[in-house]
Every structure is written in C-alpha cells, then in structure tokens.
Write a protein that binds this ligand. Sequence first.
Ligand code: GAP
Length: 450
Amino acid sequence: MSTKATVEKLVSLCKRRGLVFQGSEIYGGIGGFWDYGPLGVELKNNIKQAWWRAVVQERDDVVGQDAAIVMNPTVWRASGHLDTFADPMVDCKECKKRFRADDLVGAVPAGTHGHEAAAKVSRCPECGGELTEPRMFNLMFRTYVGPVEDDASTAYLRPETAQGIFVNFANVLTTTRKKLPLGIAQIGKAFRNEITPGNFIFRDREFEQMEIEYFVKPGTDEQWHQHWVEERYNWYLGLGMRKENVRVRQLDREELAHYAKDTYEVEYLFPMGWSELEGIANRTDFDLRRHAEFSGRDLTYFDEESGEHIIPYVIEPSAGVDRLLMAFLMDAYDEEEVRGETRVILRLHKDLAPIKVAVLPLSRHEKLVPPAREVWGLVRKHWMSQYDDAQSIGRRYRRQDEVGTPLCVTVDFDTLEDEAVTIRERDSMEQVRVPIAGLVAALRERLETA
Ligand code: GAP
C-alpha cells in the first residue's frame, strides 16, 4: 500500500466522495454490509470489466455464465459446506464480546477459516476475561423458499459462486461443444455470516466474487495451476499495483481447504499485514465427483485422445471484488505538497478510474458555458465523464485528483478565439493545448493505449 494510506483516511475519502457508504447508515448501519455510491459503483464495474476482459474476452478457453444465488440445498450437502463451512466462535464471559477463535491466536492469516487454533485460546484480548469453549458456527445464511418455513423449505444464500459453475459443467460443455481445458467464469454476490466482519470492506457478510473454474485433464493440473498463478499475479501488476505490495504465497498443508490439493494466495500488504486478495486452488475432481454422486448425473468428459471417460480436475482462481477495490484504493492513495498545500491523489490505473475525463469551464461566465457544454457533449459519448463548474479551477482539479480522474479538459476565454482546450494530466499536472476538433483523438490516445 502507499505509505500515506491508512484505513481511516480511506474510509473518510470513500464516504466524503461517494465511493462507499455504510449499509443502512440512517438506521445506524448493519455490520458487514456496505453500499457503493456513484463513484464506487463505477470503480467496482471497472474492476469487474478488467477481470472479464482478461479472463473471458481475451481467451479462447474460458466462457462466462451467471447462476442463481439460491440453489437446491443438496448442492451444499454435496459441496461439503453444510458440514464444514464453519468457524470456531468464542464469547467473553465478562464483557460479552464475540470473537473468531482462530483470529485471537493470530497464527492464521486474515480471511481464512481455520479450526485447529481454537483450542489454544483462553483469555479475552479486550478485558482479559475468561472465554467460553469454542463452538463451531456455520457461516451460511439461511432462508426459506415458498410460504412454509420448515426444514423441507430451507435454502441458503450461496457462500461462493463456484458451486453454480460445477452444477452447470455438463450444460456448458454440451452447449459450447468445447474441449478441455475449459474454464467457466462468473461474477456474482456471495454471502457469509462472518463472526467478525471488519477492516472496512475487507471482510463483509455480503460481497462479490469473481471466480473461474478451469477444467483440465488429470495429470495436467499442476502445470495449469502454475499458469493461473502467474496470470493472476501479473493481472494485478498490469493494473498498476505496486510490486512491493503484492506477493504470491503457497499455503501450508494445514491451511488447505478440505477440497484442495494445493493452493496459492495472491496477497496484498494491507495496514493489518499481508492478507489474501485471491485464492488459486487445485480442487482436483472433488466437486464434480461429489455432484455426480449426489445428483446421480454423469459429469464425466469423453477424452477422445485416450478413448476414456474422465472426471476433470479443476484449477480455481477466486477473487473478491470488494477486497480488490480496497486494495486498489490503498495502493493508489497518495499525498503530496503542491505550492504549500497537500494534494490528495488517487493514482488509479486509467482503466479503473471511476471518471475518465472532467470537463471544467474556467468560470461560469455566460460566454464559456455553451462551448464547455459542447465539449462535454463530445466527451461523454465515449467515456464516463463529469462536468464541474463549482468553485475555483484549482479546487476543481483537486477534487478530480482525489477520486483519480486521469484527465481534465479546461475551457477558457482563449477557447472562444482559437477553438482549442487544455488537457491537464492528473499525475504530472502537465497541460497541453489541443484543438477541439482533435480532442476525442487526443483523449483516446491517452486513455486507451497501453
Ligand atoms: N470458491 C473458493 C472460495 O470462495 P475463499 O478463499 O473463501 O474461496 C475467495 O474466497 C475470495 O473471496 C477471497 O480471496 C476474498 O477475496 C473473497 N472473500 C472471501 N470471504 C470474503 C468476505 N467475507 N468478505 C469479502 N471478501 C471475501
């Protein structure tokens, strides 16, 4: 992260500038739920688009899908979530605070669900009081389908998007007529009733995931695993994340989920330490085998080369949109002294910036409004843009810097004579004069070339 960034500064910027708001804020909020404001939703969409472009659009071996959030409850029996998707929870007998036991031991990285550590915890970190015995708590949100609330109508909000892909494997395979290796990608909401949500949007109860299940022939799984680890690590660097803040870590055996043969994490150096952004797991044939068993359907793949039916292995790169959004903001946040004032700046990659271009008339003078509106009309057809004429030009530049707008276009009195405008670049603050007739091309060159 940037040395200038703190979680407090980020939370304040996000609220002040309409990136992220506390969910249901006027009613006092609700823990672990967040709302994205006008600029936040743009940033989030840009992250999802950049991911989709890299893993679906630019590849010929990955296709997309969008499965329902509520699934037949047997899915969660087959996947193991009903039995094992639980965290150890302890309560302080004195101050009544509740903790995830594995967090207290501090041995387990944030964002993982470990169990072994639970037994070692005995005192409350807040007041030193005695803690209850750890109890396992299933993280899936429960609901009922239909008017009757009983066991037979119980269903769950999905805790991961992955299972929606596994249950559609055969559908996608037959309708696309693709061969292995074949990836299926999905972006969607996931829900986990986390015991201790926190660190802003790092650990939420409602969040979005971007997941790929990449089906391969057994025996080629390790090589494809390495491929995806490299691809995904480079994706973060390609979007401007600083190399010193991103790392890849192979999990120890005892950290692996019940379905995984091997897992790597892409981690980011948050203020609370290195924490998971994305997991890249080798899930073997666990899921397809289990779903075949529980559904009674044939989920094998006919391998023409060997003439055999096989159950593919799966490599799963799985990232959280909200967590990535926080990391990209942390990484981009900067402060610098400009003419005796502190300039707050989000050095976001141009593909991620919520607003690409701001059109700023020098003042609200009646002669400047028509050409400025005309310029905005040219720009807004191509990019997410803003028209801002409130306060001094200096303050308006600062406002755009603070939300990461790469380019500002200023319309001034010279425009009336020379039919040209000034493009001002966010990071260098350099200004160039361009004719209005060539403005779209000049902006495209700056925004759309690598
Ligand atoms: N399908 C595999 C899976 O769900 P996971 O490590 O539990 O694996 C994948 O989650 C990613 O989803 C994490 O790397 C993280 O980015 C995101 N994620 C998980 N739990 C989250 C939470 N409570 N809040 C925000 N993001 C979360």
